[in-house]
Design a protein around this ligand. Structure first.
Ligand code: PLP
Length: 358
């Protein structure tokens, strides 16, 4: 029986022979003169580290450390951030000009952006209700038209976790039709809710992760894709020859050590505590209509329509994200949770803000 992955992968990808980089070809020898590298490292600073050799073609140590962190033995690959994962998945399974993806707006803009850039059409099945739930019935109904369904849980910019029951219903209902990619960029803020454990049961599930959020390594550019082997086989055909710079890989190894994970988890708890204090400090303001429940390191605030919170904060040097352009998020501002000091300052500013009478 053909797997879903081989049903979905375009012929051009099936025929593709992965680029044979020098590291991928490997070999044994004494003098390595096969990759047009400099044979000796050049030290541009006092840090005496050699970077003259190309890195591992698939950084296995990092993948193994991440599998251990996720308590899974599902195939795992490190990429340069979750954004690269999104792009790679679309380019692996979609054919430009023909194929479609499904998203549920309002959600992370990169799914549609990467699809647009690759001439792949986006079908939007918007989140429904005041708590931004998945419209699972409609997603399942439209799945035969699509190659990939992107679900973001917890969702950016709404901050809510998607219902596990809905995700499972979608996985069940689309097994013959589409890959379901669950972007868990913020999952450390609700770690028990991860769907990684469902990959064995649902081979159409792909999970995207990142070290940019709870692990605090946005500048290092490291994300992960976890998927069933037949899905991963196609992804690995297209993955760039050297997906992770050595200097990033070294930092990631440390972050994924026992001590590193402990630090990230304790820091995550601090962010959650700061978020609760921040919410408590602003929740009784009458021009704030709603502070949405947040399973992330940000809060989404809906204000009275006359309040221009985004501009007010900007005038005071506080840069937040205006979500007003999204029809479902009129008068909404997304505020990242910073340090306790920063959030106290922002809470004080917000408390000082008064809407001028009309
Ligand atoms: C939902 C979601 N996915 C992916 C990303 C991108 O993460 P990375 O820094 O790993 O590319 C972000 C960044 O804001 C995000 O919010």
């Amino acid at each position: 029986m053909t797997s879903l992955a081989s049903k979905l992968a375009p012929e051009s990808i099936k025929k593709l022979i992965p680029y044979q980089s020098a590291r991928r070809i490997g070999g044994s020898g004494r003098l390595w003169l096969n990759a047009n590298e400099l044979e000796h490292g050049v030290h541009y600073s006092d840090h005496a580290v050699d970077y003259n050799r190309y890195p591992d073609f698939l950084p296995h140590d990092i993948a193994a450390a991440y599998q251990q962190y996720c308590q899974t033995d599902n195939p795992t690959v490190a990429v340069r951030g979750a954004d690269e994962a999104i792009d790679l998945l679309i380019r692996t399974f979609c054919q430009p000009g023909t194929d479609k993806i499904i998203i549920s707006s309002p959600t992370y803009a990169m799914y549609e952006f990467c699809a647009d850039a690759f001439a792949v059409e986006t079908i939007d099945v918007p989140l429904i209700g005041a708590n931004f739930s998945l419209n699972s019935e409609q997603i399942i109904a439209r799945a035969p038209e699509a190659k990939i369904i992107f679900l973001c849980s917890p969702n950016n910019p709404t901050g809510n976790l998607l219902s596990r029951t809905d995700i499972v219903a979608i996985l069940e209902g689309t097994q013959q039709d589409a890959l379901v990619v669950v972007d868990e960029a913020y999952i450390e803020f609700e770690l028990a809710e991860t769907v990684v454990g469902l990959i064995n049961k649902y081979p159409n599930l792909v999970v995207i992760r990142t070290l940019s959020k709870a692990f605090g390594l946005a500048a290092v550019r490291c994300g992960f894709i976890l998927a069933a082997q037949d899905v991963m086989d196609y992804i690995l055909k297209l993955i760039p020859p050297y997906p992770m710079p050595d200097c990033s890989a070294q930092i990631v190894q440390e972050a994924l050590s026992e001590k590193g994970i402990e630090m990230a988890m304790s820091n995550t708890q601090n962010v959650v505590d700061t978020k609760q204090h921040f919410i408590a400090a602003i929740q009784n303001i009458e021009w704030i209509e709603l502070i949405y429940p947040s399973s992330t390191n940000f809060v989404l605030i809906r204000t009275h329509q006359d309040a221009t919170l985004f501009n007010y904060l900007k005038e005071h040097g506080v840069v937040t994200r205006n979500q007003h352009h999204e029809p479902a998020l009129r008068n909404c501002v997304r505020i990242t949770i910073g340090s306790p000091e920063s959030m106290q300052e922002v809470a004080e500013l917000i408390n000082q803000y008064t809407i001028s009478p009309l």
